[in-house]
Design a protein around this ligand. Structure first.
Ligand code: AMP
Length: 281
């Protein structure tokens, strides 16, 4: 695996090797786990060259403390990518990614304004700026995003359509621990007690899904919210039922006419903000 830090080294390397076949790209913020590795494997299966980036993007953190405490483990990450057969690790400095001030406001459509957009102002604009920049530097044929960050996946799809970027955006299933907790770099910040509490996110989503399986069509938001009542529970930011294409909230309303209803949740466990989601059908 080549470890590259500059745009010129990356361009040289891609000019040499990549253009005979397709290039797959997996953007990450490091502190890698098997969720990230599943994206690398999918890219390897579908492309002749796989590039993974590790960059903790300051502009997508609306809370500076969250940025500071975000886990960083460069050596372990490099070893994991090497083992997974990744071809290029691109790990640029902030100056390489943002040679000038990052002040542009992107057109991301209504999907970026809901849920995460409301609770984390500026977050998706930061995601858009870093993703657009990486797609311009790498010009991959395909880029792989986890459905764990479902809204991010929709926003990135919108970004590539809006700005006519020729990269196919591919959504990959959420990888979970055996008990259901969605893998996340932020899980590394949880104590064993916190981790047990964090399971409420998965339980609340599963309860909504089970209710749909039993034939219930409404009241699903309340079913999920009930998992967060009590001082021992994670502090809920939102539990929402939404149309999986637009993310328009349905609340406790009837999901019968929605082709792809999805439940989405964000909650804090001991100061660590976690998100998860689940398709309801
Ligand atoms: P991050 O490093 O958290 O920015 O994530 C980098 C990419 O990995 C994003 O596209 C995430 O959606 C994806 N990802 C994170 N956790 C998981 C998971 N548990 N399963 C699948 N993909 C994931």
């Amino acid at each position: 695996m080549q470890v590259l830090n500059t745009e010129s080294a990356l361009r040289m390397h891609l000019a040499d090797r990549g253009r005979s076949g397709s290039v797959g790209f997996v953007p990450t913020m490091g502190a890698l786990h098997q969720g990230h590795i599943s994206l690398i494997k999918r890219s390897k299966a579908e492309n002749s060259l796989t590039v993974c980036s590790i960059f903790v993007n300051p502009s997508q953190f609306n809370d500076p403390r969250d940025f500071e405490r975000y886990p960083r483990q460069h050596e372990a990450d490099t070893a994991m990518l090497e083992n997974a057969g990744c071809d290029i690790l691109f790990s640029p400095s902030a100056e390489t990614v943002y040679p000038g001030p990052d002040t542009h406001t992107y057109r991301l459509g209504p999907v970026a304004e809901r849920l995460e957009g409301r609770f984390r102002p500026g977050h998706f604009n930061g995601v858009a700026s870093v993703v657009k920049r990486f797609l311009e530097m790498i010009r991959p044929d395909r880029a792989y995003f986890g459905l764990k960050d479902y809204q991010q996946y929709l926003v990135v799809r919108h970004l590539t359509e809006e700005y006519k970027i020729q990269t196919e955006i591919i959504g990959c299933e959420t990888v979970r621990d055996p008990d259901g907790l969605a893998m996340s770099s932020r899980n590394k910040l949880l104590s064993p007690t916190d981790r047990r509490k964090a399971l409420e996110l998965f339980k609340s989503l599963s309860a909504a899904k089970d209710a749909v399986k039993r034939g219930e069509k409404s009241g699903l938001k309340s079913i999920g919210e009930n998992y967060f009542i009590g001082s021992e529970k994670p502090r809920l930011e939102y539990f929402e039922i939404a149309d999986g294409e637009t993310l328009k909230p349905i609340g406790d309303g009837d999901i019968s006419r929605i082709a792809h209803p999805v439940a989405l949740v964000a909650a804090h466990v001991n100061g660590v903000r976690l998100i998860d989601n689940m398709a309801l059908r």
